[in-house]
Design a protein around this ligand. Structure first.
Ligand SMILES: Cc1cc2nc3c(=O)[nH]c(=O)nc-3n(C[C@H](O)[C@H](O)[C@H](O)COP(=O)(O)OP(=O)(O)OC[C@H]3O[C@@H](n4cnc5c(N)ncnc54)[C@H](O)[C@@H]3O)c2cc1C
Length: 330
């Protein structure tokens, strides 16, 4: 089905970056649609977040609901869909989602990053009921102090070196830290990375024991049961950059889009100011520290720039976006 409206801005990704941008644009009477497939971390985090000013102690889910409600109240629209393909150019982009086709003058890409979860008997989905729920953690910069005095297992499936780097940071707070290398992780490391205070265990996980999002034990294929107060997933994170590539945007060596100082997407192999007109990027997808406030700030900055761009194009529609077909779907 095709959504008939030509939106001033379509935002791909309804995490903190996309929703902060939606609030700003809607408040400025821009017609704005947020398309989100619902896989971002705040959809799932039930544990409190302590470093988000104004919201300390609220869970990720509560924060996301608050951001969604504020953007909707300002006049933005939010729909659940997954954008798979983008055609067209500034003034009229055509976006094909799994459910619908959309049209927009400008785009903000705020699709975030994917975090790899541990495999349980070969399947990451078994881990999802525990991810960001009770005693599993993913972000040392955000959460390390929550591990004060706890016995922690760092789970790593790519490189021991990466796990030991994470472990060193957690050790400042935790009582003990062990590393569990799973899924054929590379065990090579510089000697200086390992000291006697960090035991390394190797083996694939075949089962998780626990309930209500709290992991009680990991069972390895050897039959060994590993218990701890907290489990730290140190696996790799990859930018969700597929749409940027489709649009001909440039990526840095880690796969993050290259952007100008105002968040505009730089053309592949383009110079510093060779932007693709009408496209901005925000949030964790950018090469920046992956935290909620930073994502929101970059979303807000891009929204200011989009609003100014639309003004330069003499596009101003007073009256809020009110297409009933695009009302909130949850
Ligand atoms: C377990 C955990 C704990 C964390 N704790 C903290 C903390 O305590 N403090 C803190 O500041 N930060 C924390 N973070 C980091 C924080 O969640 C991120 O920095 C923030 O969510 C990034 O926001 P974003 O909007 O850039 O991306 P995201 O929140 O990742 O949102 C991107 C959205 O885009 C959607 N999407 C992707 N591709 C498409 C597509 N093609 N079509 C439609 N939708 C799409 C996704 O479904 C997702 O909902 C934590 C992260 C994790 C995983």
């Amino acid at each position: 089905m095709t959504d008939p409206q030509l939106w001033d801005t379509l935002i791909i990704g309804g995490g903190p970056a996309g929703l902060a941008a939606a609030l700003h644009l809607a408040f400025h009477h821009r017609s704005v649609l947020v398309v989100d497939r619902g896989s971002g971390p705040l959809h799932h985090i039930r544990t409190p977040i302590f470093n988000l000013p104004g919201f300390t102690g609220k869970s990720g889910q509560e924060i996301l609901q608050g951001l969604e409600q504020e953007a909707l109240k300002a006049g933005a629209r939010l729909t659940r869909d997954s954008i798979e393909q983008i055609e067209g150019s500034a003034g009229h982009f055509i976006l094909k989602g799994k459910e619908h086709t959309y049209h927009a003058r400008t785009l903000l890409i705020a699709t975030g990053i994917t975090r790899h979860h541990p495999l349980i008997d070969g399947d990451y989905r078994t881990w999802l009921p525990y991810a960001g729920k009770g005693n599993t953690f993913y972000c040392p910069d955000c959460e390390a102090p929550a591990l004060l005095g706890k016995h922690v297992v760092v789970i790593e499936s790519v490189k021991l070196k990466a796990a030991l780097s994470t472990a060193k940071r957690i050790m400042e707070f935790a009582a003990t830290v062990r590393v569990l290398l799973t899924d054929g992780a590379d065990a090579a490391h510089p000697e200086t990375y390992l000291d006697d205070s960090c035991e390394v265990i190797q083996g694939n996980i075949t089962a998780v024991e626990g309930e209500n999002g709290v992991v009680e034990a990991l069972v390895l294929e050897s039959g060994t049961r590993i218990t701890a107060d907290a489990y730290y997933v140190s696996n790799r994170k990859l930018p969700r950059n597929q749409l940027v590539q489709t649009l001909g945007g440039d990526l840095d060596e880690r796969g993050h889009p290259r952007t100008g100082p105002r968040g505009q997407l730089i053309r592949q192999d383009g110079g510093e100011e060779d932007y693709i007109e009408g496209i901005w990027v925000a949030g964790d997808l950018l090469p920046q520290t992956q935290q909620t406030t930073i994502a929101m700030g970059s979303g807000n900055k891009s929204a200011v720039m989009i609003d100014q761009y639309l003004t330069q194009q003499h596009i101003r529609q007073l009256g809020k976006a009110q297409d009933a077909d695009n009302a909130l779907k949850t």
